[in-house]
Structure formats: structure tokens, C-alpha cells
Write a protein that binds this ligand. Structure first.
Ligand code: 13P
Length: 255
């Protein structure tokens, strides 16, 4: 059984006070035990977010992390610092980290490994650019990012990862992948996970879709058999949108 999972990636939005307001609005409308939910505010809002989440089962995630414990790494944040703030999940390898900040597959792999060793859950993001898609390279690219991101991990470790398939051309553009198309790529990712960790384990790993998900298109995306949830950007900043997406995931308990 894969419990549906809806995570909000707030990106570089919301101060601490604004985060508390948004979480309060989400809490008011949130009743779904059948769906696992997380919010990933920026580092500076994590403490306020944690306080605002107190008493709910909504989980707290971060958008990035550095893999070293401490030291001369100006501007970076470590896993123990995140744990100190009650963070349970970390987005790793988001396309904005890859493309704007130049994160390599090697660095992403180190981050995934350390996050797992610390007992946190990585949400590993993969996805092709428009150019790669038009060149017919979607599957090769996704295979490469999954293989490199999970390199040298044990089967057991791989079983703990959440994957987010986020085609770069669908992020923040209002142009979502079609549900069937996203499902096809995600099914292919599950096949790759099967090669790495065995089919039984791969069948338990949650794979999310991300890219212009909103409450209007969520039901059709989440209705697909291989799409286990969503990593939501813009629509996660509006309580009614985010709650609508969570509602669309209710009743979906795959396989
Ligand atoms: P949008 O939902 O704004 O397209 O962003 C998707 C995303 O990047 C989530 O990580």
C-alpha cells in the first residue's frame, strides 16, 4: 500500500509570520488522515512553521540541505540544524537547485545518502527540460538522474526514498504534463527502482508528480495508478488550492 502524499514546496516565499498564517488556514480545512501531508517552507520560516503545525500530523520539510555536519560552508544549512527544528523530510535535487544553482548528480547523491543516514526522508526530484523532451530523451534523462541520485545506496535505503517526477517545462508555467504522460514516466521510474531495489520494494515507494498541479487538475493526475501524490509549488501558497489538492488525493490508496 502506498499512502498518498501531498507536499507543498513554498520555494522562496513567506516570512515566519506569513507561514504561521498560511498553516493556520490549512489546519482549519484539513481533516484527511488518509493522505500524508507536508509543507516545506524556506529555512527562515521553519521554526514558526513548526509551532503553527503543533498538534497536527502535517509534516515539516525543508527545501534543501548540505551534506556536511558543520564547518566552513558559508550560507549552508546542515542536517542536525534541520532536525533541531523538527524537520522530517528534505527536498533534494529540485530542478531549480540543479539549473539555477548548478547542483550536480554527484552532490545530490551525497545529500540523499546523508539525509537517509540521519533518519530523515529525502524527496529526490528528477525531470527533463523541454529541450530534452523534444529530443526524445525524457526516459534516458530520468533514468540517469534516478540511477545517479540513488547510487551506492542499499536496497533498504532506496525503499525509504520518495521520488518526485517534475518535468522542468511544467514547473511554474501553468502547463502541466497530461495525466497519462506523467503516469507513463512514473511507471518507468518504478521499473528503474525495481532494478535497483527489487520489484516488491519498488511497489512500496511513493512517486509524486510535480509541475503546475492545482485543485482543478489534481483529480485527473492523482487518478492515475502510478502517481502517488503531488509536489506542489505555486498552488501550495493558497490554502484553498492546497486543501483542494489534498481532497483530490483522498480515497486513493494505490496497489
Ligand atoms: P509549480 O507547482 O509552481 O509548477 O511548482 C512545482 C514545483 O517545482 C514543486 O517542487
Amino acid at each position: 500500500m502506498r499512502k498518498p502524499f501531498i507536499a507543498g514546496n513554498w520555494k522562496m516565499n513567506k516570512t515566519g509570520a506569513e507561514a504561521a498564517v498560511l498553516i493556520r488556514q490549512i489546519r482549519e480545512g484539513y481533516k484527511e488522515d488518509a493522505v500524508e501531508v507536508a509543507v516545506c517552507p524556506p529555512f527562515t520560516a521553519l521554526r514558526d512553521a513548526r509551532e503553527a503545525l503543533h498538534g497536527t500530523n502535517i509534516r515539516l520539510g525543508a527545501q534543501n540541505v548540505y551534506h556536511e555536519e558543520s564547518g566552513a560552508f558559508t550560507g549552508e544549512v546542515s542536517i542536525p540544524m534541520l532536525q533541531d527544528l523538527g524537520v522530517e523530510l528534505v527536498i533534494v535535487g529540485h530542478s531549480e537547485r540543479r539549473h539555477i544553482f548548478g547542483e550536480s548528480d554527484g552532490l545530490i547523491n551525497k545529500k540523499v545518502a546523508r539525509v537517509l543516514k540521519s533518519g530523515l526522508v529525502p524527496i529526490l526530484c528528477v525531470g527533463e527540460t523541454l529541450e530534452q523532451r523534444e529530443a526524445g530523451r525524457t526516459r534516458d534523462l530520468v533514468r540517469h538522474q534516478v540511477m545517479e541520485g540513488l547510487k551506492d545506496l542499499t536496497e533498504e535505503e532506496i525503499g525509504k526514498v520518495i521520488i518526485a517526477y517534475e518535468p522542468v517545462w511544467a514547473i511554474g508555467t501553468g502547463r502541466s504534463a497530461t495525466a497519462e504522460d506523467a503516469n507513463g514516466v512514473i511507471e518507468y521510474i518504478r521499473e528503474i527502482l525495481g532494478e535497483l531495489a527489487g520489484k516488491n520494494r519498488a511497489d512500496t515507494i511513493r512517486i509524486l508528480y510535480g509541475g503546475s498541479v492545482n485543485k482543478e487538475n489534481a483529480a485527473s493526475l492523482l487518478g492515475q495508478p502510478h502517481i502517488d501524490g503531488a509536489l506542489v509549488g505555486g498552488a501550495s501558497l493558497k490554502a484553498d488550492q492546497f486543501l483542494g489538492i489534498i481532497r483530490s488525493a483522498t480515497g486513493k490508496e494505490s496497489v
